[in-house]
Design a protein around this ligand. Structure first.
Ligand SMILES: C[S@@+](CC[C@H](N)C(=O)[O-])C[C@H]1O[C@@H](n2cnc3c(N)ncnc32)[C@H](O)[C@@H]1O
Length: 253
């Protein structure tokens, strides 16, 4: 079984250099418009915001630049090291917490106005527990924006003339193993391929009111630049015809 935390530790430094992500706005995923175009959070100035699975900190920095008081959580110490360097580069203050997002016992209940989690929840085995934690640390009325890679792009392949299925839709969550070559080393990862309804219903079961589900048309006008260009080059059919990022806007009632 790949140890995902160790894998992120291994790739952290190179990943943030290769997959350039801007910090002028919050990004939700590859080929996906940013918060500046989607407007899911509104004015966050002065609000307490948390980024769950913050990685190299681009969203934490973007929120701090927008005036929020920001905490970033990630279980990879090396990813947090990159986040610290980025915060220093932009001269913003963010609090970084080295924890698993499915166990946030170190954080008080009802402390945050906003929680975001971009492209991280698919790595979490116990999704229900992670969502219960996100719900707990939010204030009443707090907003949660959750984004993951859209499941359809994993199952369909092809070009303009012929489209075929790689596998079936994940009616039941499926563990996908992958490996990335970084500096001549093949680093192993795994993540859970889950259906749209699985995410929606887990959010609803946790107590969230799901306000919107977004499947934005892929665009290169995205803050998530590096990986977007790679997908566009390697999978041009998918990148033009299928949603790449799936977003949920939920509120703690
Ligand atoms: C694809 S990166 C996304 C980082 C960032 N949210 C972004 O959009 O740029 C996924 C991140 O989730 C973190 N992660 C995965 N599972 C986690 C868990 N159970 N607890 C905390 N962090 C986790 C990884 O360490 C990695 O930094």
């Amino acid at each position: 079984m790949p140890d995902v935390k160790r894998s992120w530790d291994k790739v952290a430094r190179l990943y943030s250099h290769i997959y350039i992500i801007k910090t002028n706005t919050i990004h939700y995923g590859p080929l996906c418009p940013g918060e500046n175009r989607l407007g899911l959070l509104g004015d966050i100035s002065g609000l307490h915001a948390i980024d769950l699975g913050c990685g190299a900190g681009q969203n934490a920095v973007a929120m701090a630049k927008a005036g929020a008081v920001v905490t970033g959580v990630d279980f990879s110490a090396n990813q947090l090291g990159e986040a610290r360097k980025l915060a220093d580069k932009f001269n913003v203050s963010i609090k970084l917490v080295n924890k698993d997002i499915s166990n946030l016992a170190a954080l008080k209940s009802g402390d945050f106005d906003i929680a975001i989690s971009a492209c991280a929840m698919a790595f979490v085995k116990d999704l229900k527990r992670a969502l219960v934690e996100a719900f707990r640390i939010l204030k009443t009325g707090g907003r949660f924006v959750l984004s993951v890679m859209h499941p359809v792009q994993y199952i369909i392949d092809g070009d303009e003339r012929s489209v075929h299925f790689n596998s079936t839709y994940p009616f039941v969550p499926r563990l996908l193993k992958s490996s990335w070559d970084f500096e001549n080393e093949s680093v192993k990862f795994q993540h859970y391929l889950r259906s749209v309804s699985e995410y929606h219903n887990y959010l609803a079961d946790t107590g969230f009111a799901v306000k919107k589900i977004l499947e934005p048309k892929p665009t290169l006008k995205t803050p998530h630049l590096g990986f977007s260009r790679e997908i566009m080059n390697e999978y041009p059919y998918i990148a033009r015809h299928l949603p790449i990022t799936l977003i949920f806007l939920a509120v703690k009632p």
